[in-house]
Design a protein around this ligand. Structure first.
Ligand code: TXA
Ligand code: MG
Length: 324
């Protein structure tokens, strides 16, 4: 079983594992990540094995500072402004790779672009000490709900990894927003912990969505973030054998008789709801209910990312492909 160590006692052990080509689960401000040295092919391969992740799905490389980022990728002026506005923080930029950057090709699934992010907190400190970028997807089995606590990581991956670094519940609770500058515009590839409105306000450019082909649609398997129970969206009623995930002051008809009930945010605060989303879905899943019925969540601000994750959780499951 994986050892769980608090951040203030984990640094040396985490460094030793990473230097030896092993993986470590680490906290970031968004969700827990399963990290390996992005220049070490054995370490990166172990990420895919531990998650059961298809190898055509590329990973995000995490950096400690702008100098490290510029050694890995080529920044256009718009991407540089995005980095200045939101790094460190929950924004990932897709950029052209700088040739000879030492990143193992497994990280990028052979693409000539790379997804880069500068995390806050322990992850940043660890990368600075290691002196190398860390490849890290969310620390969950492929297709399952992302982990926002060390305990959730250990419950899912604990038999397959040696160390989980514990910083408590992650503050944002949703994965990073992924964007890519294209000409004078910026494409939103995955809504996440920074809202589209915040990005537009910072750079004065409106994001565009859709039109991306193949691997450019992140989390491209439609079914993703799937709990064991079925998921039903925009529920106006709830059955006795269903659990209810509420939002604000709506209350689905029959809610008093539901198998379980949790409210993402009593006051209808989308930030609070984002922080609670994955842990509450896991908790309702454990209630044994047949289905998790979810009340309507508005689409503004972080609501876009919350609705994205919920609709993937509700998607038909038969399109999940086994890892090669
Ligand atoms: O908040 C986060 O982003 C977390 C923490 C651990 O940093 N990481 C995370 O990683 O969510 P992951 O692997 O679960 O999701 C990364 C997404 C994938 O859907 C992948 O397809 C996309 O990023 N991606 C990676 N490289 C890409 C590239 N070059 N072009 C387009 N999408 C890319
Ligand atoms: Mg993930």
């Amino acid at each position: 079983m994986a050892e769980i160590l608090a951040v203030d006692e984990a640094l040396e052990r985490a460094l030793a594992l990473l230097r030896g080509g092993d993986v470590v689960a680490i906290p970031t401000e968004t969700v827990y990540g399963l990290a390996a040295d992005a220049t070490n092919g054995i370490g990166v391969a172990r990420i895919f094995e531990a998650k059961g992740r298809p190898r055509f799905n590329p990973l995000i490389a995490h950096v400690a500072d702008m100098a490290m980022a510029e050694r890995i990728a080529i920044f256009d002026p718009l991407s540089r402004r995005l980095a200045q506005s939101f790094w460190p923080g929950p924004l990932t930029l897709v950029l052209p790779q700088r040739p000879g950057n030492g990143i193992h090709p497994l990280v990028t699934a052979g693409l000539d672009t790379i997804a880069l992010r500068m995390p806050r907190g322990f992850g940043g400190d660890l990368i600075a000490r290691l002196g190398r970028p860390l490849a890290a997807p969310s620390a969950n089995s492929s297709g399952k709900i992302s982990a926002t606590t060390a305990q959730a990581v250990a419950a899912d991956l604990g038999t397959r990894i040696k160390l989980v670094v514990d910083a408590g519940a992650t503050p944002v609770g949703l994965e990073s927003t992924i964007v890519k500058a294209e000409g004078a515009g910026v494409r939103l590839l995955r809504p996440g912990g920074v809202s589209a409105e915040e990005i537009e306000a910072a750079i004065g450019v409106k994001l565009f969505r859709g039109g991306a082909a193949g691997i450019e649609a992140p989390g491209m398997l439609a079914s993703h973030y799937a709990p064991g129970a079925g998921v039903r969206l925009n529920a106006g009623t709830v059955g006795k054998d269903e659990a209810l995930l509420g939002f604000g002051r709506q209350r689905a008809e029959g809610w008093r008789d539901a198998a379980a009930f949790l409210n993402l945010s009593e006051t209808g605060d989308l930030r609070e709801a984002a922080g609670n989303l994955f842990a509450y879905m896991q908790e309702l899943d454990r209630s044994g209910a047949r289905t998790i019925a979810v009340e309507t969540i508005p689409f503004d601000g972080l609501g876009e990312a919350i609705n994205d994750r919920l609709s993937r959780a509700a998607a038909p499951r038969d399109n999940v492909q086994p890892a090669p």
